[in-house]
Design a protein around this ligand. Structure first.
Ligand code: SF4
Length: 109
């Protein structure tokens, strides 16, 4: 019984140590990317490729209902509520709006 308790305690301590060691590494890897993106200015309407911050504002012929930055294949994730990054070269220097749209939109998964 004591051996079983010792084994469980050792497993628990081992997993706890791995978890504690992993969190700071993940923070170092992920944080600079998010932080650098959040420092970029927010895109304005017309930034490139007929971009608009609100997809509802476009009357572009290629726009289809439901298309938004947050479901585009170029969307890299949120940096702050409602804003995020875009992998497309024309948007590397700005954050784009999750509800935005531009004419190079590609449906994501
Ligand atoms: S490429 Fe996609 S994510 Fe980037 S601005 Fe255009 S619609 Fe938004």
């Amino acid at each position: 019984m004591t051996d079983k308790t010792d084994l469980s305690r050792r497993r628990f301590l081992s997993r706890a140590a791995v978890t504690v060691a992993t969190i700071p590494v993940a923070a170092l890897v992920l944080h600079p990317h998010r932080s650098a993106l959040a420092d970029k200015p927010k895109a304005e309407d017309g930034h490139a490729h007929d971009y608009v911050n609100d997809a509802a504002d476009t009357d572009h012929a290629e726009y289809e209902s439901g298309e938004k930055c947050k479901n585009c294949a170029f969307w890299s994730g949120e940096t702050e509520p409602g804003w995020g990054g875009c992998y497309h070269p024309a948007f590397q220097d700005v954050q784009v709006n999750a509800e935005g749209w531009c004419s190079v939109y590609v449906r994501g998964s």
